[in-house]
Design a protein around this ligand. Sequence first.
Ligand SMILES: *Cc1c(COP(=O)(O)O)cnc(C)c1O
Length: 475
Amino acid sequence: MANEDRAGVATDAEPAARLLHGVVDQLVEGWRTRPERPVSPVTADAAEIRAWLGKYPLEKPEDLEQAVPDVLAALDRWTVHTDHPGYFGLFNPSATWAGVAGDLITAAVNPQLAAWSHAPFAVEAEQRCIDLFAERLGLPDTAGGHFTSGGAEANATAVLTALTHAFPGYSTGGLRSLDAAPVFYAGADSHLAWLKIAHSAGLGRDACRLVPSDPSGRLDVATLEAMLAEDRRDGKAPFLVVATAGTTGAGMIDPLPRIADLAREAGLRFHVDAAWGGAACLSDRLRGILNGIERADTITVDAHKWLSVPMGAGMFFTRDRAELSSSFTVSTSYMPGQVEDTADPYTTSAQWSRRFIGLKLWLSLLAYGVSGYRDQIERDAALGQELRDQLSGAGWLVVNDTPLPIVCATRADAPADPEASWQWHSDLADRVNATGSAWVSPVRVAGRPALRVCVISWRTRTEDLVRLREILGRG
Ligand SMILES: *Cc1c(COP(=O)(O)O)cnc(C)c1O
């Protein structure tokens, strides 16, 4: 859009359509040819990228239709491509096309979801998704929840609602009104956003008590019990225990029923962080691995991980939706009034201005159905098993035991010394990634270095696993 008849940022319909059609065509072409190009840039130099950005001084209007191909080329060169079938990475999926369309629609319509009355369709569509998942997770009719920017926000919401529930003085008097210092528990292999959350909640990072894992990489319940008893003796105020259903590193599922029992006996809140693994609830064959999740007070499931919608899309669930307003209610004269039988998201969640995050999931469910998701999730799990078998057959030792499609493996010729072993696995990952055909990462499972390979792209097929095994075979 050159300097056509326009003032400020105004744009006419015709150039807008040309711009968007052009973007869409180039995106689809980039996606189509992605498997022929490297998963990740071989080198990324910050100075070079900053120099590239300097080409555009951003002072005067420039032709966007000309700049878009340039920008897409820069992204192509300087991005790890999660839409590549050889991306075996960190739960960043190839986005569903229905999800991409959903995000485009959301961006263009730009509904404001703070108050129900401003965006009734959008708020209800999000609630439809939340209800569908709450039911699949086994939560009761009283359950509710909302979309979040991601798992970290959902987990922060779990801490806030737990504090508000456990300590009646907390919401007005804050932590300083409490007699004892609150502490909560999560596994050492849990997602360590918990430390940032403890920090920002004012609890302090030490209040997040990391419970050592057992040798399999699951939270060790006996140690949790001992830590709890010791903290009580020390005059601390335990209020929450977090179980992870699908650890980020190794896909391990903490013993949910035992942790639920312990939480009940000890009078603690019980949160399940199922950011990635929670998607398994859509498969009748796999959902049993989440047994015990239905006893949680609160649950995190990300839509932008295994459910493959574009970032950022997390979901927070609570078994008692009435609780949300205790943590988030506020009223002001300038916000629209509440409509009967509805809840205004700004009074039940951390965000105020809210994007229509849920459309990309709702449209994906519409396009593929729960049945399509079930097939995808079961297929990914089967590919994970295939990879496990292939690597074991090729002399690798698989060190994690999970039905989820993450394989963490090491080899007999890896050094015994932990630091040298970490370096060995890191170097190996670098060599794999430098081929451009695959992307993998080093990881520690219960402290032990390994190579981590996660089936996360819906584009990944058996032939991609075979190629990876060949690359690994070259050492
Ligand atoms: C990814 C992840 C998170 C953090 O979620 P974001 O969406 O990255 O904020 C939390 N917990 C687990 C288990 C995760 O895998």
